[in-house]
Design a protein around this ligand. Sequence first.
Ligand SMILES: Nc1ncnc2c1ncn2[C@@H]1O[C@H](COP(=O)(O)OP(=O)(O)OP(=O)(O)O)[C@@H](O)[C@H]1O
Length: 691
Amino acid sequence: MSKQTHSFQAEVAQLLHLVTHSLYSNPEIFLRELISNASDACDKLRFEALANPSLYGDQPELEVRITFDKAAKTLTVTDTGIGMSEQEAIDHLGTIAKSGTKDFFSKLSGDQKQDAQLIGQFGVGFYSGFIVADRITVESRRAGLPANAGVRWVSKGAGDFEVEQITREQRGTSVILHLRDDALEFADGWKLKELIGKYSDHIAIPIKMEGEKWEEGKEEGQPGAMVKTGEWETINQATALWTRAKKDVTDEQYTGFYEQLAHDWQPPLAWTHNRVEGSTEYTQLLYIPSHAPFDLWDRDRKAGIKLYVKRVFIMDDAEQLVPRYLRFIKGVVDSADLPLNVSRELLQESRDVRAIREGNTRRVLGLLEDLAKAETAAGADAAEAAAVEDKVDIGTGDATPAPEPTELPEGGVTDVVDKNEAPTAADAAAKFAEDAAKAPAKYATFWREFGAVLKEGLGEDHANRERIAKLLRYASTTSDTPTVSLADYKARMKDGQKAIYFITADTLAAAKNSPQLEVFKKKGIEVLLMTDRVDEWSLSYLRDFDGTPLQSVAKGAVDLGDLQDEAEKKAAQEAATHVKPLLDKLKETLKDQVEDVRVTTRLVDSPACLVVKDAGMSMQLARMLKQAGQPVPETKPALEINPEHPLVKKLDGSAHFDDLAHILFDQALLAEGGLPDDPAAYVRRVNALLA
Ligand SMILES: Nc1ncnc2c1ncn2[C@@H]1O[C@H](COP(=O)(O)OP(=O)(O)OP(=O)(O)O)[C@@H](O)[C@H]1O
């Protein structure tokens, strides 16, 4: 068949433009990406061959070969993986199939630096080849298709690519990079070996290069040169990283593995690597990224856990292996128990999968607890840290019993064996001290990036609610940054204070300046300020913390209990009787807007505020749901007035009573982030009074 020219999907063209114009700072990552694709292709073949072993044909080896030709200025990555048919080459190398792609590209600003950062999160994969090549040729043949069903794909990385049918003896794919003149350093054996060691050592299949040796010049005066020996050497360790003993894996290797696994250019925040034995046996290597992905809020976003069964890759994005509220976790789970032909449907029903999910959850929460502790103890010496750690229960309080310990195998991964999922105090203390010294701000980073997602766990994971509650951090009237834990808050509570007070609002400024806070400020009582959309919903699942109820200051009657002295209570009662006629009149005037009008002690400087019933939905949440098109039950708030305020005093007997009453209500609505139903009427009334 003759050559056909195809255009790239608009987003690919955009991506290629960025790759060739902005991604020069770290050109070498292209090799990691191409080797990663080659290794994925081998994994896919191994998986498909489970059902159809004839796909291997007469070539059972799965491997990646890297070759280069200095004179021709080419670098080639060849794999014996699944390969691509012509149509697959057109589809896979001409379009991006990721969900949220369109959205993502609409966010790019045109600012090269900023966009380069963003694109790092998106992952450029195959297209990173164009960082170093001005032309890429891909030759491929899908496993199972005849030799004459090969395909050649060629592109200069601009708007289009060419495709033609070829004969290819071997199944699998060769990606041939025609190197730019400024990237010829990559046509060099030493350089390539160094990069493979740096980025791809952990790849489970062999990465081979042809051996080279030094040969002196044949004649006097002729310079010597490196010549190829014809023998292929395996450059990487070629054992899956997670199967190795912890002590044999360096931090750089863990980081490199993460970067490849997550297609993330930034190192992870933390990881946990364990082999769990007992009734369910598996290895887990789980990472917390250091930044949120662009599609964290995409409801259909899959979890980033790759599932292997006895080292055989089974599937990406196995969402059953972590709960939704931990969907930001990346990693690998290798199960010894699941059948190789396990499907997504089977996963849903599997007892083993449930045990793995619970084990993963406990591990991640344990890791977060370590980070949080390291943060509070930053700078503390190791001995002190160990003493604290001894007292803290990690990995206990589980919903499932700990797996039974079993005999450990000889050598190998014994130091990652985790028989009961509870690290020893000494282990934890050492890690704790190390974390504290290394990066005291890790938990703050985690919280900034993923805190709002973790909060979903309060509603989703009943068994771990208490552990999650300890990990929560909020801003408060004592801290603009979200660093206050519920335990910190409790420790600072005033004598006689019976509740943990909080307020939810759209912004920190709105929360901080809310009239509802006035009496709390006056009395020096701390109030947590919550501005995440998920806050109110999630707190409806957390009625109390460590025996102390949580109380919204914008709901129900404010009962400061012992914090209010007798004189204040008496004054409030007297005021209520005194202004009763005024309250009745206001109730009548505002009967369409409010369900009650009453006197309050919660206001100091403001004339009035709006309050909903204790069990009711806050006005902020109601507004949010309305905006999202959700049905919201019509409930009216109560208007609470401050009888000491001059505006309220002026109301009584005023000729403008009606206007003033409406202004009072609308202003209370504005102060808590709402908008008057009829803004023009509000403006008219205020203007009439000002004139
Ligand atoms: N060596 C290869 N063998 C077979 N198919 C390949 C190979 N390289 C790329 N592909 C196909 O091309 C697709 C696109 O590759 P690309 O690297 O751009 O994205 P990806 O690997 O799917 O995603 P990402 O790299 O962002 O995770 C792959 O999903 C795969 O289907």
